[in-house]
Design a protein around this ligand. Structure first.
Ligand SMILES: [Fe+2]
Length: 149
């Protein structure tokens, strides 16, 4: 999958996150060493980036008083949970792969495409051109998610 301008949600920082996510998902098709362990590590990396991006996006929506925030957060939580379970499954040698990498990549890309075009796009009118949204997105640091607990 490729990011296209029609996927723009109106904030460069969030668009850059989406581009990065697409790149990470595409890389899952050929994980390091083409092994289960390589796939597991790639899924862990995807999970981390997803957490970072979701937190940043939620911070932006909150800053704008976006009304759909709670519902949107639930979609984020469900997806993050799914990635965690994929990573856990890839790690257990006994379970073995239940899905091919290509199917996995297709599923993740489809979820992301739908999420960006429908769910994210719904906040675009609220955040686009909003100075506060821009500042919150720019100032958000990975450390606020990864080392906060
Ligand atoms: Fe989102």
């Amino acid at each position: 999958m490729k990011w296209t301008p029609q996927m723009s949600v109106g904030l460069p920082e969030l668009d850059a996150d989406h581009q990065q996510l697409i790149e990470i998902i595409n890389s899952l098709e050929r994980p390091a060493g083409n092994t289960e362990e390589g796939l597991r590590q790639a899924l862990v990396a995807l999970g981390r980036y997803v957490e970072f991006h979701f937190a940043r996006e939620e911070r932006v929506m909150a800053a704008c008083g976006y009304r759909g925030l709670a519902e949107h957060q639930q979609e984020h939580r469900d997806f993050a949970e799914k990635i965690r379970s994929y990573a856990a499954a890839a790690g257990s040698a006994a379970a073995g792969p239940t899905t091919t990498n290509i199917e996995l990549v297709n599923y993740l890309n489809e979820w992301l495409r739908h999420h960006i075009l429908i769910v994210d796009m719904a906040y675009r009118p609220v955040v686009e051109g909003d100075q506060r949204a821009r500042e919150v997105a720019r100032d958000f640091r990975a450390s606020e998610v990864w080392w906060s607990s």
